[in-house]
Design a protein around this ligand. Structure first.
Ligand code: GLN
Length: 305
């Protein structure tokens, strides 16, 4: 396994030059795009790492997985999906076109419109500290904090998310304070994680929401099933279809360069590689996952060896 991980890292490195760090959040543009790391934690809690797996970076859109699970547990499925669909949008993660023209509901909770709606349902009754505590628990990483610098940087460059949020309000989807919703959403995007914390979360999800060692339930089983299904269809935005064919592992990316991947009943994978492709997904990260999927036979529809 260790050898395969190191090979994956070498393959990933070859693609870094074709990607770039996110630039629409100035603080993310300053990150060294050559960072690259991958961590696998298996069901038997064996941990394998290669590259930069302890470096902290912001979770960005991967927080959508955490916020969705939190909302499903606290508010229930009916409330969360009352005014939101669960269909891939086929559009960029920050698009507001279809939300305005083709539907009055966000397409799914993995794009910004859907994640802002999810946060909007929570903002009146839950604090950032409640959600931070949940994030630390499900990632089994008590060192997760909010990266203030990235938060401030995004808050002063979030015209597009602000536009989406006000559009949601105009459609009666955001019922509480729009600015507070935007702040809570951005705080969740600014959580600092490592590839190892993402692998931990991946393993918890792969284990149906239970702590891999103690068996203690950390996440609701039904929420976990739903979250994994939506990761498969929508987790890589408008790259989700091709990723499902090539890699076949429910995953979620973030513009900080992270990818969370869940190999059902087998392992969690966490990736850090901030050079992104044009869709906002880690370019080397996707190549590493493709290699791991092929070499370790991890595709969810892989034939028996
Ligand atoms: N905070 C980012 C945003 O709202 C998250 C987007 C992403 O990771 N794709 O634009």
């Amino acid at each position: 396994m260790q050898k395969v991980l190191e090979e994956a890292l070498e393959i990933g490195k070859q693609y870094i030059e074709y990607g770039n760090c996110a630039s629409y959040i100035p603080e993310l543009a300053r990150v060294d795009k050559n960072n690259l790391g991958v961590c696998i934690i298996t069901k038997s809690v064996d941990r394998y790492t290669a590259g930069d797996t302890k470096k902290r970076f912001t979770i960005q859109s991967i927080s959508k997985v955490i916020s969705l699970a939190f909302a499903l547990e606290r508010l229930g499925h009916e409330k969360v999906f009352e005014k939101m669909s669960m269909e891939p949008s086929g559009d960029a993660f920050d698009s507001l076109l279809k939300l305005d023209m083709a539907s009055n509901k966000p397409f799914n909770p993995m794009i910004n419109a859907g994640a802002l709606a999810t946060i909007g349902y929570l903002v009146a009754d839950f604090t950032f500290e409640d959600m931070l505590e949940y994030a630390r628990r499900v990632c089994m990483d008590k060192n997760i904090v909010m990266d203030e610098t990235v938060y401030e940087s995004e808050m002063s460059h979030c015209a597009r998310n602000r536009a989406i949020a006000y559009l949601l309000q105009s459609k009666g989807i955001l019922e509480h304070d729009v600015e507070e919703t935007l702040k809570l959403y951005t705080k969740m995007c600014s959580l600092s994680v490592t590839a190892e914390s993402l692998a931990n979360l991946g393993l918890v999800l792969a284990s149906g929401g239970r702590h891999p060692e103690t068996g203690v339930r950390l996440m609701d089983a039904e929420a976990v099933r739903l979250v994994k299904s939506i990761m498969l269809t929508c987790g890589m935005y408008d790259g989700s279809g091709e990723f499902a064919v090539r890699v076949g592992i429910p995953s979620k990316s973030g513009v900080g360069g992270g990818i969370l991947a869940v190999v059902e009943k087998r392992m969690g994978i966490g990736i850090y590689g901030p050079a992104l492709d044009e869709k906002g997904n880690s370019i080397a990260g996707q190549k590493m996952l493709e290699y791991l999927s092929k070499t370790l036979n991890l595709h969810m529809f892989a034939s028996e060896l």
